[in-house]
Design a binder for this molecule. Structure first.
Ligand SMILES: [Zn+2]
Length: 636
């Protein structure tokens, strides 16, 4: 068992698995614990309660289509829950998660038909024909999540019945979607990720070939021209010819991640370069400060360049997770730290934002500006996607909670890598890394840090054979002054990465000190919707102003920040100076209108990932700067 979610057969950096990296506490350790103790069970309970697990029982007992519940792709949520349970078994040895996986396997396996087909929506009397709705039917999407769950199970040391179920389903897909048969693609990319990883697990070339076929077929208009156009499915332009990620964000990012997988396995440099180019364009022009992607609720889509409205930001949790998946694959392929930088930004400010502290409610959309305080949802509330400004227990379309669950359970596998020369640490968390480098030399280190509350990261060598090797630490781009301390020697290091190569001894300590001074961040002037606003960041965290911090809990719309004021940090809490302004409602624009200054205030900012944890509030990340528009007249 190695517990690695992604295992390229060739790559610049080698991934480590749950058997080699353990998160031992801190920011992510707490979240892993809540995930294990609450979220996985919460997801399972809801899927039982709403009949999504029951759909498989009904299928086995011949009660479909009458007894089917939920939207067309709920099978995929059950598979994502299984993937989360599989990683959790690998992470913690949880017998509860083990029981869940076994129980669900016993429910699902009998539903598989003789030719490998498995889905609760299509193909039975009274149901639509198989593959009769490739745009919206999600059969291939569901298989993709099934395959990923089976891979997680295999990679955590249990080659049991579910792997056989997945193999039969994959064989079936390869038969039915071969050249000369159905020469089309599924509306929601995902099968490609599952097929490549299953090929890596089984050595079955056929699965890789099929994934490659799906990548090459997309963009050739085999799907219908729908209301949002074929770009919604990324079926308007071939993958290699795209300029930036476009259309439905989760679809685009799963597709890009799988294109990297295919490019790496087939040695297709051109495809890899195309995706890197699209990533660059997207990150520089179509990505929120939080790392969030997708600026349109309508179609859940990427906007055009610089269309990044903070209040209407969709920034789906799943898109954040998909972006981390893509960044990880690009980091492995290239070794470039910029991909780890984006993964960090996205993990702290999108993925960590979604779940409530108790792990039983979630944000689906992650806007950067909330104008209206939400309503506390009842624990029984099943939401549409983004109806409230508060985290919600469950959704009619519930892709995000199980995506959080599988990501947290496997998160340790995204912290570090090795290559022939040594060990690279990309993400900082209290952790224990124990692995082999080069030709099999054992190396272990303990990472201790209060990150992201503090910027000091201490790496203590706990196992080494005395021969030289290289410890590489990422120096985040946001740290304006970073220091490396080795053997009592302190030297300044620039952003990117720092390499310490030597014959380490046990108990040698390497320390990295990052600059956690809070900082002003000005937006690109081409983003019209936040012009004249400024944000505050500290370390990897984006901060926001919440109405619960304003006098009388008045709306954040009244707050103007003074970017000339000092950002004061005390015990990790950052405060800013500014002004509360008064508005007069007028039915038409008034030339030369200025706002009346009401009072000067100092406001504590909230880490964005913590917003709305103190009840309904209004919130904004981009805060209007008090400049021309604030009058200097006397207080009113
Ligand atoms: Zn989602």
């Amino acid at each position: 068992m190695d517990g690695r979610p992604v295992v390229p057969s060739t790559s610049r950096l080698r991934p480590l698995g749950l058997a080699e990296v353990e998160i031992t506490g801190g920011f992510w350790g707490r979240r892993q614990q809540v995930n294990s103790e609450a979220t996985i069970r919460h997801c399972h309970d809801w899927m039982e309660r709403l009949g999504w697990v029951g759909n498989f029982r009904a299928a086995a007992e011949g009660r479909l289509p009458e007894d089917r519940h939920g939207v067309v792709f709920t099978d995929s949520d059950v598979y994502k829950l299984m993937e989360a349970a599989a990683w959790e078994v690998g992470r913690s040895g949880s017998t509860e998660a083990e029981g869940r996986f076994a129980d669900l396997t016993a429910i699902i396996a009998p539903v598989q038909e003789d030719d490998g087909y498995l889905n609760t929506v299509f193909g039975r009397p009274g149901q639509p024909d198989r593959y009769s709705d490739l745009e919206w039917g999600h059969e291939l999407y569901c298989y993709g999540h099934m395959l990923q769950a089976a891979v997680a199970r295999f990679r955590t040391g249990r080659a049991d019945e579910f792997l056989e179920v997945a193999r039969r389903a994959a064989d079936h897909v390869c038969d039915v979607f071969a050249d000369g048969r159905i020469e089309r693609v599924g509306g929601h990319p995902e099968i490609e990720l599952g097929l490549v990883e299953l090929a890596r697990v089984t050595g079955e070339e056929r699965y890789l070939h099929q994934a490659s076929l799906f990548i090459d077929r997309r963009g050739h208009q085999t799907l219908a021209d729908i209301h949002w156009g074929r770009s919604y499915f990324q079926d308007d332009v071939p993958v290699r010819d795209q300029v930036a990620f476009t259309g439905h964000s989760v679809r685009a990012l799963y597709l890009a991640a799988s294109a990297v997988d295919v490019a790496v396995e087939t040695g297709d440099e051109r495809l890899l370069e195309a995706i890197i180019g699209q990533w660059e364009r997207t990150v520089t022009r179509r990505t929120y400060l939080t790392g969030g992607m997708g600026s349109h609720h309508d179609g859940e889509k990427f906007g055009e360049d610089f269309v990044l409205p903070p209040d209407r930001a969709y920034s789906e949790t799943c898109a954040g997770i998909a972006s981390v998946m893509l960044s990880w694959r690009l980091l492995l392929a290239t070794g470039e730290t910029r991909f780890a930088d984006l993964a960090e930004r996205t993990l702290f400010n999108v993925v960590a934002t979604s779940p409530a502290p108790d792990g039983r409610a979630f944000f689906y959309a992650n806007p950067l500006h909330q104008r209206v305080p939400g309503v506390v949802p009842s624990p029984d509330f099943v939401s549409n996607r983004a109806a409230s400004s508060l985290r919600e227990p469950w959704f009619a379309v519930s892709c995000c909670p199980t995506n959080v669950a599988r990501t947290f359970a496997s998160l340790a596998a995204y912290l570090a890598t090795t290559d022939d020369s040594g060990l690279q640490i990309h993400q900082y968390a209290d952790s224990r890394i124990s692995t082999t480098i080069g030709d099999g030399r054992r190396v272990s280190v303990d990472v201790g840090t209060a990150y992201p509350a503090e910027g000091r990261i201490s790496v203590r060598v706990s196992e080494t054979d005395g021969s030289p090797w290289a410890l590489t630490l990422r120096v985040p781009h946001w740290s304006s002054e970073s220091w490396l301390v080795v053997g009592g020697e302190r030297k300044k290091v620039g952003p990117g990465q720092v390499v310490v190569e030597r014959s380490f001894a046990v108990d040698d300590v390497v320390e990295l000190e990052l600059d956690m001074t809070p900082r002003w961040t000005w937006p690109d002037p081409r983003i019209d919707s936040v012009r004249g606003c400024v944000a505050v960041e500290r370390g990897p965290l984006v901060l926001c102003v919440e109405s619960v911090e304003l006098p009388g809990e008045q709306s954040v719309e009244t707050f103007r920040v003074d970017p000339g004021s000092d950002l004061v940090e005390r015990d990790g809490v950052v405060s800013v100076g500014g002004t509360l302004v008064a508005f007069e409602d007028r039915p038409w624009p008034v030339p030369g209108l200025v706002l009346a200054r009401n009072s000067d205030v100092v406001i504590s900012l909230t880490p964005y990932h913590d917003w709305a944890n103190r009840g309904p509030s209004t919130m904004r990340v981009w805060i209007p700067a008090a400049t021309m528009e604030v009058d200097n007249q006397e207080e009113r």
